[in-house]
Design a protein around this ligand. Structure first.
Ligand SMILES: C[S@@+](CC[C@H](N)C(=O)[O-])C[C@H]1O[C@@H](n2cnc3c(N)ncnc32)[C@H](O)[C@@H]1O
Length: 512
């Protein structure tokens, strides 16, 4: 771009910007080593890293091939041209960068296939993908899988599909990725596709002490997949120590003494995908009832800019925004003490200067709005609010999501304080909380359901459906919360069973 030119950012520029602001996370060498041992065990003649970064996979693969004495050609690509220099500075030989290309691996992949692939894909969540780029990714996935994945799939999901397509028959892939690859809303369709075409040999999960990316709030998995006849069982490995050697031996099929560094269980695909690949095999009695039999779950409202849309009453008053354009809302889990949230609590928050009023204009055109509201919207435009990621997808930009007031809220971060809250404050939640809508409105039913949900045995089941992040944190997505098992005796004791809705068909993995 020339100085002073008004050229718009290209999709590549936008993507690079998203990458920069998200950071590029390099695989630790001890993990790269056992990943390489898995894909290189048959002495293949070439290896691909489709997202090279600093080139740790090139370095450990070169080292592995040298130790085993076989010839290995290294192929790589990355969307970011600066990684060539980064890789060289990190110790990749110039000769090994001869087959490195700057390209977008998903939309413009190399034309040949590879018997060995190592990948740590870019982790870019769907809302950070430039819209035209996301549309092209979805089209690619629709062609590959026969159906487009849910729009909430991030770049790492599309990357996995392309990576699998790039595997030669019999070829092996080791892919390090966030556990949400098997937990997000897109996961059912993705894993149905994978497990009906490829063999999942092993999944490596990590206990907190061995987390590969301890500084990041995510839970990593290594997927070891072969382009071979699918099987319905695989090895689930839980790694306890940052010690690559025993895992190198195990994943490359060598005999090894029992190791304290990791444990292995043989698991059935259907069970593991239901429980979540990052979690230990479930021995819990899932019982007959799930939360989804009695309630629907939705996330709270995403404003796109809380500073602009979420106001204290005093501020709304000062701006001259009429009450008819404001709804009661709660914006932080810690604004709710205990497990009942009442109108008095809302008033107390107001006294403490916390915002409780959501600016919610829907169904009015600009010329129908009072002048002070127009002035406030103009001030937002001057501050660039309409250009924010989520807001720019809305028409008009100030249109707010709406939710019926949910009778029950769910606070979903933190295993110790995850709780269901009886909402008596007539308030809608922002994204910090989930909305639970019981399938029947009667106050008696809602109270009984809430009692079952709040029971410590129900709360204990959250670990079966939540995404766990190192330490004590747990996060539960709306669809996952609908799969929360409710202890059958509690359901029967409250007489809820008569209100259970008929079940939808669930995931049925049919690998041989
Ligand atoms: C998480 S880093 C991993 C780097 C390295 N392989 C490692 O394991 O340390 C992901 C890399 O993917 C690159 N990348 C992002 N989008 C890409 C795309 N569409 N095609 C190819 N590479 C991409 C980024 O520039 C970044 O270097």
């Amino acid at each position: 771009m020339t100085r002073g030119s008004k050229k718009r950012l290209s999709h590549e520029d936008e993507l690079r910007e998203a990458l920069r602001s998200k950071g590029q996370f390099w695989t630790p060498e001890w993990v790269a080593r056992f990943m390489a041992a898995y894909v290189l065990q048959d002495n293949p003649d070439r290896l691909l890293d489709p997202a090279l970064g600093e080139g740790v996979f090139f370095r450990v693969s070169r080292d592995y091939a040298a130790r085993r004495g076989f010839n290995l050609a290294l192929f790589g690509c990355d969307i970011d041209p600066s990684v060539r220099g980064l890789a060289q500075r990190a110790g990749v030989a110039a000769a090994d960068l001869q087959n490195f290309e700057v390209r977008d691996f998903v939309l413009n992949p190399p034309s040949r296939t590879f018997p060995a692939i190592l990948a740590n894909p870019p982790y870019i969540r769907h809302h950070r993908l430039p819209p035209a780029y996301k549309a092209a990714l979805r089209e690619f996935a629709r062609e590959a899988m026969g159906i487009a994945p849910d729009g909430r799939a991030g770049l790492h999901v599309y990357f996995l599909i392309r990576t699998l397509q790039s595997l030669s028959p019999g070829g092996r892939l080791a892919y390090i990725v966030s556990a949400d690859i098997c937990e997000g809303v897109f996961a059912d369709a993705l894993w149905r596709w994978i497990t009906s075409r490829f063999r999942l040999d092993a999944v490596v999960a990590f206990s907190t002490a061995a987390a590969p990316f301890p500084e990041v709030d995510t839970n990593a998995l290594v997927l070891c997949i072969r382009n071979a006849e699918p099987r319905s069982e695989f090895d689930w490995v839980l790694c306890h120590r940052r010690d690559p050697l025993p895992l190198e031996l195990f994943l490359s099929g060598k005999v090894f003494d029992k190791s304290e560094s990791f444990e292995v269980r043989t698991r059935h695909l259907a069970e593991a995908l239901q429980t979540g690949l990052s979690r230990s095999p479930s021995t819990a009695d899932h019982g007959r009832y799930l939360l989804g039999d009695f309630a629907r779950v939705m996330r709270g409202i995403a404003t796109g800019d809380n500073d602009f849309f979420f106001l204290t009453s005093a501020r709304a008053h000062e701006l001259g925004i009429p009450d008819s354009l404001l709804v009661n809302a709660v914006g932080r889990t810690r604004d709710i003490q205990g497990d009942r949230f009442t109108a008095n609590d809302l008033a107390d928050l107001e006294k403490q200067g916390r915002p409780t009023r959501l600016f919610s204009i829907n169904g009015y055109s600009l010329d129908q709005l009072p002048p002070p509201v127009i002035t406030y919207l103009k001030s937002g435009e001057a501050r660039g609010v309409p250009l924010k990621t989520l807001i720019r997808t809305r028409k008009p930009w100030y249109r707010m999501e709406t939710r019926k007031v949910p009778p029950i809220l769910f606070a979903y971060l933190g295993r110790r304080n995850a709780r269901f809250i009886r909402n008596e404050a007539n308030a809608v939640p922002l994204t910090c909380l989930l909305c639970v809508y019981p399938r029947a409105d009667s106050p008696d039913f809602v109270e009984r359901l809430w009692k079952v949900l709040s029971h410590p045995r129900t709360i204990a089941n959250l670990r079966l459906v939540g995404k766990t992040y190192g330490g004590d944190a747990i996060k539960v997505e709306p669809r996952a919360l609908e799969r929360l098992p409710l202890p059958e005796d509690l359901v029967l004791a409250e007489g809820l069973e008569k209100k259970a809705a008929p079940r939808q068909a669930s995931l049925n993995i049919t690998a041989a």
